[in-house]
Design a protein around this ligand. Structure first.
Ligand SMILES: *Cc1c(COP(=O)(O)O)cnc(C)c1O
Length: 368
């Protein structure tokens, strides 16, 4: 028998979450963001649940090729654009739309030999300071692009750094929206600004919804502004379950310790379970004693350090647990129980995004 750990992908949850993005922005089109192998869910599997999207946004050319291999003929957007000049050949061949965020990418386009006009998304650095033209350089970049025969249509985009929270005590997107509006109000073209956080929190504000929203984490049921809100608040469903089983139990006496480094010492007799899941499966090693976990659908806590292949759980709330009992690391448990990936992430000092992207290749993945 294989090791009992597995990841389940819930395609109906993906479809449901995409629909939530549509409800939030009914007059916009929705990019399903599927970078990083669809946030660890597997591009081909995620495509099954997200095929009602208006387009797919990603980074890697080989992922774009995989989408075309799935017979997706609709829009595909490269969120970082070309990494070198010859990437544009594949953009022409596969009809990929691409971001243009720097002068060098315009140079490559100007030298690119193609009969097919490209659709580009000109990116503004409105304050995040990763990619894009500063507001004062945006118009000249637009003018340069507009003069190129290789360019068919120019859309405008920017990315928001604080759509999930306040920034310095004020509305998290106001400063970027002001820079954006001032530099783009008289330019033509479709626009895209909102990530998941903005799609959930800022749709009432003029101009944020625009023509396209970019739904990443919310498509997978992750909550961009946890713990201020949870998945139930936003009506999102987990698209991934990581589950395993108990492979041993131990009866500890007061004063016994659990695992490497003896970081947890019991002060009373305690029954614990050993779970076939460790950091080599992608479970975060930084999840300390007390991280929530379900055993047979009952909520309990981890104990001691996470090791490479195993972790320990407190069986006090679930005295009937035994070898073979189902353990839910995150996602959907038996009998309709749920454990949010964001809750586990928080206990490990990280975010749900990182956990879903980090499920290790050794974990078998199944479509539920
Ligand atoms: C990853 C990404 C998104 C999606 O962000 P979420 O927070 O997952 O919704 C949107 N836009 C760009 C440019 C991105 O790189």
């Amino acid at each position: 028998m294989p090791r009992p750990i597995e990841a389940l992908i819930h395609t109906e949850a993906l479809a449901h979450n995409l629909e939530r993005a549509r409800q939030q922005a009914p007059d916009a089109r929705v990019w399903a963001v599927v970078k990083a192998n669809a946030y660890g869910h597997g591009l081909e599997r995620a495509f099954e649940g997200l095929r009602a999207a208006d387009g797919f946004a990603l980074l890697d050319l080989d992922e774009a090729q995989r989408l075309r291999d799935l017979d997706w003929r609709g829009p595909v957007l490269l969120l970082e654009g070309a990494f070198e000049a010859r990437d544009l050949e594949l953009c022409s061949r596969l009809n990929l739309w691409h971001v243009v965020h720097c002068e060098q990418q315009i140079d490559w386009l100007a030298a690119h030999k193609t009969h097919q006009g490209h659709r580009v998304f000109l990116k503004m650095n409105s304050g995040m300071n990763r990619l894009g033209f500063r507001p004062q350089a945006f118009r000249s970049a637009w003018t340069r692009l507009n003069a190129l025969p290789q360019v068919d249509e120019i859309s405008l985009m920017t990315h928001l750094s604080d759509a999930d929270a306040d920034r310095f005590g004020h509305n998290g997107i106001a400063h970027q929206m002001a820079a954006w509006a001032a530099a783009t109000h008289d330019l033509p073209g479709e626009r895209s600004l909102a990530n998941s956080a903005a799609t959930l929190r800022h749709m009432a504000e003029a101009g944020v919804r625009a023509d396209w929203v970019r739904a990443g984490i919310m498509s997978y049921g992750g909550v961009p502004d946890y713990p201020e809100h949870d998945a139930a608040h936003w009506g999102l469903q987990p698209a991934m379950t990581l589950r395993s089983k108990l492979i041993a139990t131990q009866d500890l006496q007061a004063g016994d310790s659990v695992g490497y480094g003896s970081s947890h010492v019991t002060n009373a007799p305690l029954r614990i379970g050993i779970v076939a899941c460790g950091y080599a499966d992608g479970y975060p090693r930084h999840a300390g004693t007390g991280t929530p976990i379900l055993v047979d659908g009952v909520r309990t806590r981890t104990l001691g350090r996470v090791s490479m292949d195993m972790l320990a759980v407190d069986l006090t709330p679930v005295p009937t647990a035994q070898i073979g009992s189902e353990v839910t690391l995150w996602g959907c448990g038996p009998g309709g129980t749920l454990l949010g990936i964001d809750e586990v992430a928080r206990a490990a000092g990280t975010i749900g995004y990182e956990l879903m992207c980090a499920v290790a290749p050794r974990v078998p993945v199944r479509v539920a």
